[in-house]
Design a protein around this ligand. Structure first.
Ligand code: FAD
Ligand code: MLT
Ligand code: ZN
Length: 469
């Protein structure tokens, strides 16, 4: 249990630049993106090779020092923030940012490659990596795999799990698991890759990934659509899905979220005037055959309008306008963060159940907690909304972590669970929801999660205090 002995051992095994003890260089990595969790650590490790990661894991086990894996530190659930007792070292994968190999149908990349850089590299070979989210400028592929991230293209391409074709990871004992060869068939027992995806760094350290790439887009077009409510938005989604497979994003945005973006994010303006109670952002793509994305949207939206499924719509007239629509959508988290305290939930429900939750259950929550305002935005097609309950006026910044905020979250999670949903759709459990997971998850899930953790992390060094206690 000695950090000094741990460091002494590593000093003989790692390049000097891999060990950081300067508090100023460590400070930016001690707080999460939302500014909700604050940890302490006197050691930041920045390996640049898998061999260095293996040496770190072996030394950590030998000296009983916990490791908090970190990529871009964009976790929404405090997953990458170290504990506040200073007992852990941060293990940053950011220096492992090499693209080992890239071809039009796959890429082998190190865990620290930033999503935006992977997008650019894929484009250079006429391909694309089909996962996108607002944190693309900081989130790393290792973090995306460790959280099984979703984003705005899950509707067509699935979550990160569907993009991972192989993995390199350092497990207990400093042993290296390597499935980067990309076998299409491999039934030597359960998949270790799939155990590590979504494990939030609690079972091992992902050092590299083999990722699927899909053909590049010839053209993409987005439309901003005004609808009366979530029920109508869902009917529009079903209408569209029945007529084309070219739609790859379908995001629901209530007026309140759009208003917050317009208020807090510079150089933004509303796509439709007058504003609508609810909005949908739809994106269609062309791959070079038949109709282009804009034509697909024009045809579908005019048919949908005749069927009474929308109130108003504007189709982007240029790539720049498409980007402007997406900027509004991707700025919601930033605007919500700026706007003051709210209890934030990342829930999924059977898709057909989402409208009733956003209209009925949301009002029941507001009635139970007078002065609050409940609303959800996000990935309607995946049954996943970010459901935020804003604090009554005058509440302090810590409201969500106080008694009332916690009671609100319990009510939200109880309603979600009784409707057959999940309390974490895409962000993970981290430290934010581990008590709620333990309270609400069925015994079979908790028993299996605990047994897997004990077996794969016998020394308890991999991100302790996250996901499970
Ligand atoms: P970190 O935040 O550094 O770490 C996340 C978790 O993974 C931690 O538990 C950490 O210990 C672990 N980890 C990191 N790297 C490794 C590794 N190499 N090996 C093992 N464990 C590791 N998420 C979505 O799913 N969909 C969204 O639409 C979305 N939008 C977002 C928008 C914004 C503005 C922000 C700030 C976040 C958003 N997120 C979203 C959440 C976040 O981007 C994802 O969870 C992302 O996957 C985290 O990547 P990261 O590299 O920042 O990981
Ligand atoms: C999103 O879809 O914008 C994100 O998952 C982040 C959020 O919760 O706001
Ligand atoms: Zn999301």
């Amino acid at each position: 249990m000695s950090q000094q002995a741990f460091l002494d051992q590593l000093q003989n095994q790692l390049a000097p630049r891999a060990i950081v003890t300067d508090p100023e260089r460590i400070a930016p990595w001690l707080t999460d993106w939302r500014g909700r969790w604050h940890g302490k650590a006197s050691v930041l490790l920045e390996p640049s090779t898998t061999a260095e990661v293996a040496a770190i894991v072996a030394a950590a086990e030998a000296h009983g020092v916990a490791l908090v894996p970190q990529g871009g530190n964009s976790s929404m659930v405090g997953g990458a923030t170290p504990p506040d007792d200073g007992s852990a070292a941060i293990l940053s994968l950011r220096r492992m940012n090499g693209i080992r190999h890239i071809a039009p149908d796959h890429a082998i990349v190190e865990a620290g490659v930033i999503l935006e850089h992977l997008h650019a590299a894929a484009e250079d070979v006429g391909a694309r990596f089909p996962l996108d989210l607002g944190a693309r400028g900081s989130a790393t592929v290792g973090g995306l795999a460790a959280t099984n991230a979703g984003g705005v293209q899950v509707l067509r391409f699935g979550t990160m799990r569907a993009q991972v074709l192989g993995m390199e990871a350092v497990l207990s004992g400093g042993l290296v698991h390597d499935s980067l060869g990309g076998l299409k068939k491999d039934n030597r027992g359960p998949s270790l890759d799939h155990l590590l995806i979504g494990a939030e760094g609690t079972l091992g350290i992902i050092t590299a990934l083999r990722l699927r790439l899909v053909p590049g887009r010839v053209e993409r077009t987005a439309a901003w659509v005004g609808v009366a409510g979530p029920e109508q938005a869902l009917a529009l989604l079903r209408f569209v899905e029945a007529r084309t497979d070219r739609v790859e994003a379908f995001e629901l945005i209530p007026a309140a979220s759009l208003a917050r973006v317009l208020r807090h994010i510079p150089q933004t303006r509303a796509p439709l005037s007058p504003p609508h109670a609810w909005n949908v952002l739809i994106e269609a793509v062309a791959t070079g055959e038949g109709e282009v994305g804009g034509q697909v949207l024009e045809r579908l939206l005019s048919e949908a309008s005749e069927a009474g499924l929308l109130a108003d719509a504007v189709i982007a007239q240029s790539g720049e306008q498409t980007e402007q629509f997406w900027r509004l959508r991707h700025s919601i988290s930033e605007a919500e963060r700026t706007d003051g305290p709210a209890a934030q939930h990342d829930i999924s429900l059977p898709v057909e159940r989402v409208p009733a939750f956003l209209t009925g259950d949301a009002r029941a929550i507001e009635a139970a907690f007078p002065g609050t305002e409940a609303n959800g935005y996000g990935h309607l097609g995946d049954g996943n909304v970010h459901f935020h309950v804003r604090a009554p006026g005058g509440a302090d910044r810590g409201w969500a972590d106080g008694d009332e905020g916690k009671a609100v979250s319990r009510m939200v999670h109880d309603l979600v669970t009784s409707a057959g949903g999940s309390i974490s759709a895409e962000h993970g459990i981290g430290q934010m929801k581990k008590d709620e997971l333990a309270r609400l998850a069925p015994p079979a899930r908790m028993q299996a999660l605990r047994a897997i953790k004990r077996a794969m992390d016998p020394h308890g060094i991999f991100n302790p205090g996250k996901l499970l206690d």
